[in-house]
Design a protein around this ligand. Structure first.
Ligand code: ADP
Ligand code: MG
Length: 274
C-alpha cells in the first residue's frame, strides 16, 4: 500500500480527469474503465525498456492509481510558442513510433482484458483496420512531456485501445497538424501548413505507403464516428465530457469533417509526394 504525508497539489491542464494530484514524485489518479489493462501495459513498457511513459507504482490508500511524476514541459492552453516548432513535431512522431513498437507483443495477464466502451446504436461505421499496436490515441499537446526541446514521454493512457498504426497517426495529426478549421484551434497552432506537418509526422514515424494512402479516408470515417461517440459520452459519462459537449465540441467536429473534405487531397498529396 502506498502512503505519503506529502501535500497533494492539484494538476491542471487536462480536460477530463477530476481529482488528479501530484504528491511528491508521484501522480495520483482516479482509476479509469480499463485501469488494470493500462497498468499491465505500463508494466510491459517498463519491462521492455521503453522509458517514454510514467511507471505504474500501484494503488494508494485512497484507491487511486499511483504513477511516477515525469519532469519536463507540458503545453497548456494558450499554448506556448514552441508548440508549432517543426523539430518538436518530428520528435513527437519518433516518440510515437517507439511507443507503438514497444506495445507490439503485449499480452495482458490472465483475466485482464481490454473492455470496449459502450457504443450507442446507429454509429457510423469504423474503418476496417487490423489491430497492430495498443494505440495511445489521445496524442494531445497536454498529454506529452517535452525535455530539451523534444517529446520525451506520453502520459494519460485512459483512451488507449488496440488499434492500427494509421489510427494512431491520424490522432497525432489531428492535434498536431492540426486537422481542424483554423478558428477552432489554439492560436499557437493556427495558420500552419497542415499537409506539410502531416508529412513531417509521417516521415518521423516511418508511416507505410499504404497507410499514407488511406489516412484521409480513415480521418473522415473517424471524425463522423467521433461526433456520435462524444455525444454519447456526454450523455452517459457526464463530467468533463458533458462540459466539452456543452462548449460546442460537436460543432467543431462537424466543421472538421468539412475541413477534411476540402483539404484531404492536399494532405494526401503531401503524404505521398516523392
Ligand atoms: N505522470 C505525470 N507526470 C507529469 N505530469 C503529469 C502526469 N500525469 C498528469 N500530469 C499533468 O496533469 C495534466 C492532466 O493529466 P492527464 O492524465 O492528462 O488527465 P486528463 O485525463 O484530465 O487529461 C497533464 O496534462 C500533465 O500536465
Ligand atoms: Mg490528458
Amino acid at each position: 500500500m502506498i502512503e505519503s504525508s506529502e501535500p497533494e497539489i492539484p494538476l491542471l491542464g487536462g480536460d477530463v480527469t477530476e481529482g488528479l494530484v501530484r504528491v511528491g514524485e508521484t501522480v495520483r489518479r482516479p482509476m479509469g474503465r480499463n485501469a488494470a489493462y493500462v497498468h499491465a501495459l505500463l508494466e510491459h513498457l517498463e519491462a521492455v525498456g521503453f522509458d517514454g511513459a510514467p511507471r505504474y507504482l500501484g494503488v494508494d490508500a485512497a484507491g487511486r492509481e499511483t504513477l511516477t511524476y515525469v519532469h519536463g514541459d507540458v503545453a497548456v492552453r494558450p499554448y506556448p510558442d514552441w508548440i508549432a516548432d517543426e523539430a518538436r513535431l518530428a520528435s513527437v512522431g519518433r516518440l510515437l513510433r517507439r511507443y507503438d513498437d514497444a506495445t507490439v507483443g503485449f499480452t495482458p495477464p490472465p483475466g485482464v482484458g481490454y473492455e470496449r466502451p459502450t457504443h450507442p446504436a446507429g454509429l457510423p461505421p469504423e474503418p476496417e483496420l487490423e489491430t497492430e499496436v495498443i494505440g495511445h490515441v489521445d496524442i494531445t499537446p497536454e498529454n506529452l512531456v517535452f525535455r530539451d526541446g523534444a517529446a520525451y514521454a506520453l502520459i494519460d493512457f485512459d483512451l488507449l485501445r488496440p488499434a492500427a498504426r494509421v489510427d494512431e497517426l491520424y490522432n497525432a495529426m489531428l492535434y498536431w497538424a492540426p486537422l481542424n478549421e483554423p478558428d477552432d484551434v489554439d492560436p499557437g497552432l493556427r495558420g500552419l501548413d497542415a499537409p506539410r506537418r502531416c508529412r513531417i509526422l509521417a516521415d518521423a514515424y516511418g508511416m507505410t505507403e499504404a497507410d499514407r494512402l488511406r489516412l484521409v479516408e480513415v480521418a473522415v470515417l473517424r471524425t463522423r464516428r467521433t461526433w456520435h461517440l462524444m455525444r454519447h459520452r456526454a450523455e452517459v459519462d457526464g463530467g468533463g465530457w458533458r462540459r466539452m459537449w456543452d462548449e460546442g465540441v460537436g460543432e467543431i467536429i462537424t466543421r472538421r469533417e468539412q475541413w477534411l473534405e476540402r483539404h484531404g487531397p492536399a494532405i494526401e498529396a503531401a503524404l505521398t509526394a516523392a
